[in-house]
Ligand binder design. Structure first.
Ligand code: 13P
Length: 310
């Protein structure tokens, strides 16, 4: 297994045209760490969900081109209501976010009255609006711990919930959602990689199965993985998350080796955003993300509370 990387060619006419339009439209391009290498290289800022939410909330650009999946672009629109948010491929959804609908959450709340709800950022704005607070993989345990009372409803990621349960005094009521990409990674994949590279450090995303997390040396958000890439004394790192991050890890620490634990850990939705689609959305101002005002207000409350907790 070897890491792959793409270096963007600034002389590429496509990139030059995007640059022109980015200036003309006063746009900022935000990209998630799972995006294609050429999109990461083009972006003004690449990061994890929490870092991207903070960027979206503070940017003074007029237009945000969001390269990620739909809930991420929607979050940017909620946090920056006076900006135009463009999602270059509106069909790039998140199956995990689709695993809980607002009416399902309302029913769950009805069955557990008074229990606060923490929703993972991988949810629709409507589900966020039904929640007390949002969280990302970078702050989930901190957010849960900050909730009042002994119990917390945590939706929709079951693996992340089980992970948080180990780091909180609260009793969590979990939903059965999962990320199909992370769920494909098995403990056998990790054992096989460790057999080949016994000296390596294993880093894993908390959306992985518990038996995968048990074998990891570090369980981190994608942003945490980037920081760990720079800091770890290990020369070889086995990475249990979506493959797109290898590009960024390799860029951050070119003297180290980052090996994907599984070649199958690809999020097809993240890969739907291409340079051409970024160009088209900037040309036509297409893919505008609109969240109905009442839903946006509710989602904003849950997101602001998360950003306050940190
Ligand atoms: P991070 O917030 O760790 O980047 O994770 C986002 C995500 O969607 C993982 O599947």
């Amino acid at each position: 297994m070897t890491a792959t990387s793409t270096t963007i060619n600034a002389a590429d006419p496509l990139v030059a045209r995007i640059d022109d339009l980015r200036r003309l439209r006063r746009a900022v391009i935000l990209a998630h760490n799972y995006q294609l290498g050429e999109i990461q290289d083009l972006a003004d800022f690449t990061g994890d969900s929490l870092e991207l939410s903070r960027q979206a909330a503070r940017t003074d650009a007029e237009v945000i081109v969001f390269c990620g999946v739909r809930f991420m672009a929607e979050t940017a629109a909620v946090l920056s209501p006076d900006k135009l948010v463009l999602h270059p491929e509106p069909r790039a959804g998140c199956p995990l976010a689709d695993m809980i609908a607002a009416d399902e959450l309302r029913a769950l709340k009805g069955a557990h009255p008074g229990v606060p709800v923490v929703c993972y950022v991988n949810t629709s704005a409507e589900v966020k609006a039904e929640s007390d607070c949002c969280c990302t993989s970078a702050n989930a345990a901190r957010v849960v711990e900050a909730m009042p009372g002994p119990e917390v409803i945590f939706v929709p990621d079951h693996n992340l919930g089980l992970w948080v349960q180990q780091h909180t005094s609260k009793r969590l009521l979990l939903w059965r959602g999962y990320c199909p990409t992370h769920n494909k990674i098995t403990a056998e994949d990790v054992r096989r990689a460790l057999e080949q590279h016994p000296e390596a450090e294993v880093i894993a995303h908390p959306e992985c199965r518990p038996e995968v997390l048990d074998l990891a040396h570090q369980v981190l958000s994608t942003g945490g993985m980037i920081r760990r890439a720079r800091e770890t004394p290990a020369r070889t790192v086995i990475v249990a998350t979506e493959l797109g991050i290898i590009h960024r890890l390799q860029k951050e620490a070119p003297d180290k080796r980052f090996l994907p634990v599984s070649r199958h850990a690809v999020c097809p939705n993240m890969k739907r955003i291409t340079l051409e689609k970024v160009l088209w959305s900037l040309e036509d101002m297409s893919g505008q993300v609109q969240v109905p005002r009442d839903i946006a207000a509710g989602a904003r409350r849950a997101l602001d509370r998360m950003l306050e907790i940190g």
